[in-house]
Design a protein around this ligand. Structure first.
Ligand SMILES: Nc1nc2c(ncn2[C@@H]2O[C@H](COP(=O)(O)OP(=O)(O)OP(=O)(O)O)[C@@H](O)[C@H]2O)c(=O)[nH]1
Length: 303
């Protein structure tokens, strides 16, 4: 593959020489095969674009690439954003896959446009598979009712955050929140109102926490917040703020005005902790908060 590069780069240094379309066409066909093989190594859309840009760059010199996908929120910028641009809206049938822009200081020649279009065909199906895979992963980690991350996501994140905090010697705290007497809401107003209350609580917790804190629905009427770089005192502050906010703000669900409270247990990461130990300490603290009369925050003993 690399043998082609010097020859190709020379050819493309001066756009006027690129009139030799047959050479470029031949190189493009070979490159398309190489790209197809290279793109088989990953399903990560960002990585796919990086690989594609690097492969294309060995045939068609460019200084920057931007991939933008409104639906997934991916906005990837590689290299620098030079003066001349060559943009494509990628799609398969009527399925949009985002837009891809190549940039460089010299104009792109017609032969290069043709070559790029041909090479892009090798990207479309791997990119679609990558986007679908990412979609499936995200769906599997989302709670369909509240739209926040679910327990599977918590299991994964807790493991990751815990090992990061232990490696970097930073603090990490966790709170478990359980709505008080939630069964009464279902029994009195029905499950649709109960569902609405769960969504409202998720929004309330989300409104109280910092951007870097991670919110999960653990199951039923139980929520978890994972707080990076936060010690027990900081976690206590957030837990108390959430408890107070929920207790002081009634909300409307399907015509009913609901006033609810929540109990919260908090724990901080200890040396040699594993995810289960850390979670269990917060859960036990939550149990104490319930036992002591609910609508309160209890801290796990940190020894
Ligand atoms: N509407 C609705 N209810 C749910 C959902 N998941 C769990 N529940 C209900 O949540 C209630 C939990 O009740 P309990 O575990 O007895 O606890 P509680 O009534 O909140 O009482 P304490 O936790 O002891 O204060 C049960 O009635 C479950 O059916 C859900 O997704 N939607």
């Amino acid at each position: 593959m690399n043998k082609l590069l010097p020859q190709t780069a020379d050819l493309l240094k001066d756009p006027l020489k690129t009139g030799d379309r047959s050479v470029l066409q031949e190189l493009t066909s070979k490159k398309a095969l190489e790209i197809t093989q290279s793109l088989q190594t990953t399903l990560d859309p960002t990585r796919l674009i990086e690989i594609f840009s690097a492969e294309v760059g060995s045939l068609i010199v460019h200084h920057g690439v931007r991939y933008h996908n409104e639906d997934t929120g991916i906005d990837l910028k590689l290299g620098r954003q030079a003066r001349h641009a060559c943009s494509y809206n990628l799609n398969i049938g009527d399925e949009p896959l985002g837009s891809l822009t190549f940039r460089r200081n010299q104009k792109f020649s017609d032969a290069e446009f043709e070559a790029l279009e041909q090479l892009l065909c090798s990207l479309l199906y791997p990119l679609r598979n990558g986007l679908l895979y990412e979609d499936a992963i995200q769906l599997a980690q989302k709670d369909p009712l509240t739209g926040i991350c679910n327990r599977a996501a918590l299991d994964e994140m807790l493991k990751r955050e815990l090992s990061h905090a232990q490696r970097k010697d930073t603090s990490l705290s966790l709170l478990v929140l359980d709505i008080d007497h939630f069964k009464n809401i279902n029994d009195r107003y029905g499950h649709i109102t109960g569902d609405c209350a769960l969504k409202c609580v998720a929004n309330m917790v989300d409104a109280c926490k910092r951007d870097g804190d991670l919110l999960f629905r653990y199951g039923g009427e139980e929520f978890v917040v994972l707080m990076r770089d936060t010690d027990l005192a900081g976690a206590h502050l957030l837990a108390e703020r959430i408890r107070q906010y929920i207790a002081e703000n009634s909300f409307d669900c399907s015509g009913a005005t609901l006033s609810i409270t929540a109990s919260i247990g908090v724990s901080e990461l200890k040396q040699n902790d594993d995810p289960t130990a850390m979670f269990t300490r917060a859960d036990k603290a939550l149990y104490r908060a319930k036992k002591n009369g609910r609508n309160q925050v209890c801290m796990a003993a940190n020894n």
